[in-house]
Write a protein that binds this ligand. Structure first.
Ligand SMILES: Nc1ncnc2c1ncn2[C@@H]1O[C@H](COP(=O)(O)OP(=O)(O)O)[C@@H](O)[C@H]1O
Ligand SMILES: [Mg+2]
Length: 272
């Protein structure tokens, strides 16, 4: 589905602090209904933290996250629960339950959140598994399928409740190139056929450019660039250029604190 001009999620001045560390620094981001938005950024940039907030898994220190105009941060827990049922998440560590079959894993959200009967659930599970090409594998345990298939099974589970938005946290991590392409095609296909708004965190650049209608680049808890693939690919902004081309040298923040390291080696308390 082509992106619309309507915001499905608006993050306004969102800040997250863990102790003295500011992980998200007054971020503003609009996610358009129907778009495939890719969030880029180095390790520790704050990508998963942002995704967990938008998925109502955690709370912001300050700021607003508007969902269809309603502030997720101020919603009572019951309403946040309802919102969670309307989205799908493929977490970075999103493991399947190892003792359950693929089919049972996909059925789980339906058993937990709906009163549907077994026959109906079984039919829905078949449809979701067919969407990700795993219908014949419903009876297998996670240990009996490949890494790429596990990702797709996780995706079928995320699709169980017909989400309006799916968040993917590094869906290509640990996959071989063919499986990466398959997962990319699935993300694009689900967006195009079902109109699911798609938010993807990745640092696989080939994948990012294949999937995105729009990319944003995060560094030190802020967005430092925002644009369509062509613009980002040809950008002469040194930050974007460094990230897109995977250069070791450049202005992107090096998260390791060298002074702290030196002081640690010398057994000193670093000067502030
Ligand atoms: N629950 C937490 N408690 C303390 N620090 C956290 C927590 N979650 C994330 N962080 C810190 O926030 C920073 C950003 O983390 P994260 O959002 O996971 O980055 P990314 O996904 O971009 O790699 C990191 O320095 C991480 O250690
Ligand atoms: Mg992460």
């Amino acid at each position: 589905m082509p992106p619309t001009d309507e915001n499905i999620i608006e993050c306004r001045d969102v800040t997250v602090r863990f102790g003295s560390q500011t992980v998200l620094d007054s971020l503003t981001l609009n996610v358009k209904r129907g778009e495939r938005l890719v969030i880029l950024g180095g390790s520790g940039a704050g990508k998963s933290t942002l995704l967990n907030l938008m998925a109502a898994e955690t709370h912001a220190t300050s700021g607003k996250i508007l969902i269809d105009g309603k502030n997720l941060c101020a919603m009572p827990e019951a309403e946040r629960d309802e919102y969670r049922k309307s989205i799908g998440v493929l977490f970075q560590s999103g493991a399947l339950f190892q003792s359950m079959t693929i089919g049972e894993n996909v059925a789980l959200p339906l058993r937990e959140h709906t009163d549907l009967g077994d026959d109906t659930i079984e039919t829905i599970v078949k449809i979701k598994l067919e969407l990700v090409g795993l219908r014949e594998h419903a009876h297998k345990l996670p240990s009996q399928i490949s890494g790429g298939m596990k990702k797709r099974a996780g995706l079928a589970r995320a699709l169980a409740m017909d989400p309006k938005v799916i968040f993917y946290d590094e869906p290509s991590a640990g996959l071989d190139p063919v499986s990466v392409t398959e997962v990319d095609q699935l993300m694009i296909g689900l967006n195009e056929t079902l109109g699911v708004t798609t938010v993807v965190i990745t640092h696989e650049m080939v994948s990012a450019f294949r999937v995105a209608h729009r990319l944003v680049l995060m560094d030190q808890g802020k967005f430092v660039a925002d644009g369509p693939p062509d613009e980002m690919k040809n950008s002469d902004d040194p930050l974007v250029y460094q990230f897109v081309n995977g250069l070791a040298e450049g202005p992107l923040a090096d998260r390791r604190d060298r002074d702290a390291y030196t002081a640690d080696l010398l057994g000193e308390t670093p000067a502030l």
